[in-house]
Design a protein around this ligand. Sequence first.
Ligand code: CA
Length: 226
Amino acid sequence: MASVFIVEDDIHIRELAVRSLADCGHIVRAEATAMAGLQGIIDTAPDVVILDLGLPDLDGGDLLRMIRAVSDVPVIIATARDDGAEIVQMLDAGADEYVVKPFSGAELEARVRALLRRVGNVGATKRIVVGGLDIDLRSRQIVLDGQVLDCNRKEFDLLAYLAEHAGRVVPREELYAEVWREPFGGADKTIDVHLSWLRRKLGETAAEPRYIHTVRGVGVKLVAPT
Ligand code: CA
């Protein structure tokens, strides 16, 4: 089972695709325009995108480039034009697979399955587990010992980044660059403030750390409690 996002303006094709993929157990979302599609893809981080090349508001090829600027999600392009040159161009622009209209639901599902097999296990890199900490990068949910933690955006990003690099001391400069996307501010206390909020949520303190360990003068390390 995978989450599939379809961007297709033709209601008949869209409904055929949604129905046949949902019947196979996939979670399917769909939009009819490029801009709504782009927003939906960013918001829901699907496993696969099926992208119609002829959209009303934007060329599908342009949308593909916009998706590629923000995401590595596997993309299947759906084209009405069985045009070798165009397909090659789309594959070069970052598409992973294509399907030519008209296609059957079974054919589309087979393409989705084959593509997912090729790109590896769905969700394999979208979840990080460190000790009792379970971070779902797709739904942006943090569970600690079976309890959902209520974290704001920056707290989530910070904890997820530390967990992705668990066991390594991450320098503050790196946290500023990767989590805040800002150069290190020297005397800035932003990281300390967020770390202190996170520690409270994780049920620990700087003096008695469990997961988050500050290495003075170097950075921060996340480890599973012993
Ligand atoms: Ca179309």
